[in-house]
Design a protein around this ligand. Structure first.
Ligand code: GDP
Ligand code: MG
Length: 406
């Protein structure tokens, strides 16, 4: 795009955090306090993303809370989030999924704003939350760090305006821009088959403008835009950058995270057919994901510069020992070990999704993958290695790095 064509666009925000810390409640509170138009008849069209207006500035919220959805999209190559809101309950403090969320956002290089929720609760202890977050690298501004932390109560609807103001501030610094005068490019947020309407896709337009009649392709699905519905349930004829819309007209159901492009009809059809064929051969062929077995080959072919690893163990002490020993391998090696995430507990779906997005392998020490994680690792082709002796884990990684794996 010519810089002259670029105009400011609204930030796109995802809400993450530990279960029950109030992600859904916060999204509800934001919607109730800041969605300006009252829908006719009070029927709220739910489309998986919505815009709010604060002091004349729009903010788009993705309505699928949780870092798993976020990372599932990133695993497909989609970077839709500009800012992550990390919800931490003031009484409960930092929990395992809080740490997962921090690492998912960091891995995607998305700035984090912390919403310290449930401030209305008797046991609310925001200072303890700040201390715990500082231990994980998020140091609050009032302690000399650079992480914005806003006390809120989704129940009492306090702190919401301040939170939106901070989002506006971060967005301003990001100088988010897009060109509305080009063909549309966006990402599928969610999609399903509707009995009456056929495939229905919620699309976040990221660049350009999507219009009725445009030929589109998303993943292996293609078609022509027949109708569009905005987040207030209104029919619209076009949608510009940072606008979520429901799109009708695809012949097939795309996947969340698929990139949507407006292209001419012939290209849409040709690309879709090619992708379908490629998908079939890929499903049969060997995976492109990192694995200890062909690590050396991948290094030699120049496909891998960072060896990304997710570490799970039964106790914190083992994690530290493993981390140190793995990082020690970095001396004089062409490939660098990079610990993407380390945590206590069984290997779960979130670990596998993160590994898929970051092209990491998983090392478990005295822990195993749970059933869901094992299933997902199979489809995502993630290499999971479990050990009972630290030395053996280190030995395997070192041997794989040098092409000496037995
Ligand atoms: P999620 O799992 O992160 O989406 O959490 P929910 O939004 O479902 O909230 C979990 C529980 O915490 C529910 O019982 C909510 O009513 C409660 N909750 C959420 N926000 C607040 C708050 O600000 N104050 C209080 N007291 N309770 C809250
Ligand atoms: Mg929820």
């Amino acid at each position: 795009d010519d810089p002259a064509d670029l105009v400011p666009r609204s930030p796109v925000v995802t809400v993450m955090g530990h279960v029950d810390h109030g992600k859904t409640s916060l999204l509800d509170a934001i919607r109730k306090t800041h969605v300006t138009t009252q829908e006719a008849g009070g029927i709220t069209q739910h489309i998986g993303a919505y815009q709010v207006v604060n002091q004349g500035r729009k903010i788009v919220f993705l309505d699928t809370p949780g870092h798993e959805a976020f990372t599932a999209m990133r695993a497909r190559g989609a970077q839709v989030t500009d800012i992550a809101i990390l919800v931490v309950a003031a009484d409960d403090g930092v929990m395992p999924q809080t740490i997962e969320a921090i690492n998912h956002a960091k891995s995607a290089k998305v700035p984090i704003i912390v919403a310290v929720n449930k401030m209305d609760r008797e046991g609310a202890n925001p200072d303890r939350v700040k201390q715990q977050l500082s231990d994980h690298g998020l140091v609050p501004e009032d302690w000399g760090g650079d992480t914005i932390m806003v006390p809120v109560s989704a129940h009492k609807k306090t702190g919401i305006t301040e939170l939106l103001e901070m989002i506006g501030l971060i967005a301003e610094m990001q100088e988010l821009k897009a060109n509305p005068n080009r063909s549309a490019q966006g990402t599928i947020v969610e999609a399903q088959l509707d009995k009456g309407r056929g495939p229905v896709a919620t699309v976040l337009i990221q660049n350009g403008t999507l219009q009725i009649g445009d030929s589109i392709i998303a993943g292996t699905a293609y078609g022509k835009v027949r109708a569009m519905v905005n987040d207030r349930g209104e029919k619209v004829k076009k949608a510009g950058p940072s606008t979520p819309v429901e799109v009708l007209g695809l012949a097939d159901v795309p996947a969340a995270g698929d990139v949507l492009l407006a292209v001419d009809e012939k290209t849409a059809r040709a690309v879709a057919e090619k992708r379908i064929a490629k998908k079939r051969t890929e499903e049969m062929a060997h995976s492109q994901k990192v694995s200890l077995d062909d690590l050396f080959k991948q290094i030699q072919e120049g496909n891998i510069k960072d060896l990304n690893i997710v570490v799970k163990a039964d106790v914190q002490g083992s994690i530290e020992a493993l981390r140190q020993a793995l990082l020690n391998l970095n001396n004089n090696k062409e490939v660098r070990v990079n610990i993407v995430h380390a945590g206590v507990g069984a290997i779960n779906e979130s670990d596998v999704m993160l590994s898929s997005a970051a092209n990491a392998l998983i090392i478990g020490f005295n822990v195993r993958p749970d059933a869901n994680a094992r299933k997902l690792a199979e489809t995502e082709k993630i290499d999971i290695r479990t050990y009972r002796v630290i030395y053996e884990a280190i030995n395997d990684v070192e041997a794989a790095m040098t092409g000496m794996l037995a």
